[in-house]
Write a protein that binds this ligand. Structure first.
Ligand code: GLN
Length: 488
């Protein structure tokens, strides 16, 4: 049996019944990383020794007869903007290349308590700014389905590692699509939770009014399990909601009869690849066949979502990333005085995409520009949120393609063409502005490349999203396909 092809919950059963030990599972994952990661390039840091130490501790606890949770002994990995104590956390930036956080993200503490085994930290677009993982200061990650193509981003390493069998699940972060888009490109399940469902304590900020951490997994059951482990109120993050966390796994059933699903026409307009459109239409027919009532609807302010998202995200980034000044965190490049040191540090520490965004964000916040740009964007954001509120008065959830296209080639859109790149954010950013939960799951293949279906729900309706995703998954086979990464 090739352990690395299993889902996390399947491995969990083998661990529980002691057919496999945590050390064996860890060995399998590390062998797989050694076999394929020189080509996929998902990992920026590997934590082999720590992983084995954690695995031995789990095996010892199990042999003492302790009752362990469903994630105990399962190897996973984290996007490299999630803080880990004693393990460098780089944001794939020269600015933080050697930075070791003094504290640990709440999600990491929760997974550790659940017995998770950390294999390492995963590549991303620098400071989560991008949709291809090409803005990483280290190297681009590649799509396991076609190594000449991008895995998406910014959580490209997180999606590629799951698709390539290098980790049983991973965490990513999503500000404008960074979990859902790479999940779609790599053929895995990715969930951006409602804003406030999962703690951001220890997540390095990009645009904190939208940033959320969420799981990337091989199937929907795993997604429910991981969400259960990380969700819930955290006194270290005052934006987390003090609401009970449902048992997401118990909510999984295949009965979706009578559920009302809206299909917003703005997500099927010009710019959508015709083959992707046909695959998504077939997926919607499948939901109807399973008993859901699917109807066309409209989110009239959709066309304003992208410019609004960029204004809000860049403005927040320009203020958040001001902290990288050579004094408190990471890189310091000396100068004759403090100002020159600040300038030298930021000039060398940040890559071109980050600089472009910080300059535009600073411009949007300047006196005289603030009203015309940032304030206007904040108002349009309300209109976008109201579109969704109106839709959810009529529908239980909405369904769209996750992306208007399949994974493109490395270098095809690149940083020199920010407008061409923007298409990759066009179906995911409105949801982020509205703070809503959304899940991407595999719904077909176009020219051998995965296509993602996006389910969008009202706030805190993660259980409903997972249930509908589960119904679709249990009646289709797409989640069983694995990329043919020949082991050299
Ligand atoms: N691709 C989007 C961007 O470049 C989203 C990034 C994200 O969600 N972190 O801004």
């Amino acid at each position: 049996m090739n352990l690395c092809e299993l889902t996390a919950h399947e491995l969990g059963e083998l661990l529980k019944s002691r057919q496999v030990s945590a050390v064996e599972a860890t060995e399998a994952a590390i062998n797989r990383i050694e076999a394929v990661d020189s080509r996929v390039q998902a990992f920026v840091t590997r934590t082999v020794e720590e992983a084995f130490a954690q695995a031995r501790a789990v095996d010892a606890a199990r042999s003492r007869g302790e009752t362990l949770g469903p994630l105990a002994g399962i190897p996973m990995a984290l996007k490299d903007n999630i803080c880990t104590v004693r393990i460098r956390t780089t944001c794939s930036s020269r600015m933080l290349a050697d930075w070791v956080p003094p504290y640990e993200a709440t999600v990491v503490s929760r997974l550790k308590e659940a017995g998770a085994i950390l294999l390492g930290k995963l590549n991303m677009d620098e400071f989560a700014m991008g949709a291809t993982t090409e803005t990483s200061a280290f190297f681009p990650t590649r799509n396991p389905w076609d190594l000449e193509r991008v895995p998406g981003g910014s959580s490209g390493g997180s999606a590629a590692a799951v698709a390539a069998g290098e980790a049983f699940y991973t965490l990513g972060s999503d500000t404008g699509g960074s979990i859902r888009q790479p999940a779609a490109f790599c053929g895995v399940v990715g969930l951006k939770p409602t804003y406030g469902r999962v703690s951001r304590h220890g997540l390095i900020a990009f645009a904190p009014s939208m940033d959320q951490i969420g799981p990337l997994t091989r199937d929907v059951t795993d997604c429910a399990l991981i969400l259960n482990a990380v969700a819930g109120h955290d006194s270290s993050d005052c934006t987390t909601a003090d609401l009970p966390v449902p048992d997401y796994r118990a909510a999984l059933n295949t009965d979706i009869k009578g559920l009302k699903i809206g299909v917003p026409r703005e997500y099927f307009a010009d710019g959508l690849d015709p083959e992707v459109a046909a695959i998504v239409r077939r997926a919607i027919d499948k939901l109807a066949e399973l008993g859901a009532i699917c109807e066309e609807t409209s989110l009239p302010h959709t066309e304003y979502a992208l410019p609004t998202y960029y204004l809000v995200a860049y403005a927040e980034a320009s203020s958040n990333l001001a902290r990288y000044d050579g004094v408190s965190f990471g890189l310091r490049v000396p100068g004759r005085d403090i100002e020159e040191m600040n300038i030298n540090t930021r000039t060398e520490g940040f890559g071109p995409e980050v600089k472009r965004r910080l300059m535009l964000g600073t411009y949007a916040l300047e006196a005289g520009n603030y009203e015309a740009f940032y304030l206007k964007a904040a108002k349009v954001r309300t209109l976008i949120r109201q579109d969704f509120e109106a839709a959810f008065n009529k529908y239980d959830l909405l369904v769209t393609p996750t992306e208007p296209m399949v994974a493109f080639r490395l270098g095809e859109k690149g940083n020199k063409k920010p407008l061409a790149m923007a298409a990759a954010d066009s179906y995911t950013s409105a949801v982020s502005l509205a703070g809503l939960p959304a899940l991407s799951l595999p719904c077909g293949f176009s020219q051998g490349l995965p296509v993602g279906l996006q389910l969008i729900g009202p706030s805190f309706a993660e259980a409903r999203l997972l249930q509908v995703a589960y119904a679709f998954e249990q009646n289709t086979e797409y989640h069983r396909r694995r990329p043919a990464l020949e082991v050299a």
